[in-house]
Design a protein around this ligand. Sequence first.
Ligand code: GDP
Length: 482
Amino acid sequence: MASLTTFTDDALIALDTLAGHATGLVNPTLRLGVTGLSRAGKTVFITALVHNLIHGGRLPLFEAQKSGRVVRAYMEHQPDDTVPRFLYEDHVAALLERREWPESTRAISELRLTIEYESASGWGRLFSRGRLALDIVDYPGEWLLDLPLLGKDFAQFSGEAYDLSLLPVRADLSAEWRTLAGSVDPDAPADEVTARNLAETFARYLKACKDDSRALSTLPPGRFLMPGDLDGSPALTFAPLPNLPEGRAKPGSLRAMMERRYEAYKTHVVKPFFREHVAKLDRQIVLVDAMQAINAGPEAVADLERALTEILACFRQGRTGLLTGLISKKIDRILIAATKADHIHHESHDRLQAIVRRLASRAAERASLSGAEVEALAMAAVRATREGTVTQGKDTLPVIIGTPLKGETIDGETFDGETETAIFPGDLPASPDAILKPNGNQIRFVRFRPPKLERTAEGVTLSLPHIRLDRALQYLLGDRLA
Ligand code: GDP
């Protein structure tokens, strides 16, 4: 296996880590990574977390808050000048003022929230009040799926990408790219237009896999789906070339050009991302839209499990290759959270949780994850629905009530984005194994608008409602506020 790193990478990480520890002594910090594939709910999660902490939301299972030990939480300047700031204020305005979902994560961003708290122990209180700087780092999960590329050369990457594109659930989506790739001669002189055509067709195939009906969890290269600020740059203008013969590329050929760009992608895009961002994290939450996958069928669920395995492998300790070994050294807790649980009735919440728990433990086992504790839960960072019952003849059905987004449809009815509607979402299967078998897993799924916030009699707006966000906070931060 190719060495995954060079001495300089490790030296740089070691220096950073030392510097981090040194400052950590003065002012304890916790770097929390928030990731998940696109549309999993990262932006909504971070916005709800910060809003609930700043405004003292209802968080009964978050012990420090419940016992009144959180004195205050406020935003501070983030420590990293080169990372864009998470646009918290814009996202809150969208959610609360316009009742619209905020703009989703497209690249990395960061926010620092400082929490002042009273220590739980008498001893702790003898010293001064505790203060924890929580650095929240939001980044696309697609970028994590690039880590395995570091150990693969261009021919291997090409071969694997081609094999996956032939899977029944992908074959029709990849047909255009396969035809085009099959018609080019890798030994022909390098040509920018052909390279661009190939890259664009390949990216189109990857994007089609993400569609609601397919709900596949995609393949590398991650920046083809989430380019960040690299859109259109040569490091992204490449694509796998199937059926490459053994041996070296002819100088000046299309294959040589693609190989060079693939290597540039690894060196200038993938490695720096891991070194500068992932390596510095202390804890990690991975959000998954399990319900979308369940609705799309067993192939999508299997694909989600594959993606989750690769994501967890990024946090593995002692993985061959020093870069990855160092990366995972610090991460001690990982939470896998199924989002959007407000789409189903609470009777199904535990079922959803059992399903993610199952996916997470299988993925953790396959990724040989060790050294980090993994927990799984089902939650909704923002609860857009209430629960109720509807009587139909002799039956009483549990329903959820919310305002479907404009344009959503159910049974031929199209919603206007203003009208509240009761929906019977259906049940998740009682056995987590059932989701890996075909048929019968459909839940009725419509997207809702964010909730209207209630006001108390005194006119005070209540905080953003959620499901089990407090449990997530307790797991991720609780011990650091003891
Ligand atoms: P990101 O790509 O991971 O940043 O995903 P977002 O946070 O932007 O979420 C994508 C979409 O999922 C949102 O626009 C909402 O429609 C939906 N969503 C995310 N979180 C929740 C939630 O807690 N409840 C509900 N009902 N919908 C959510």
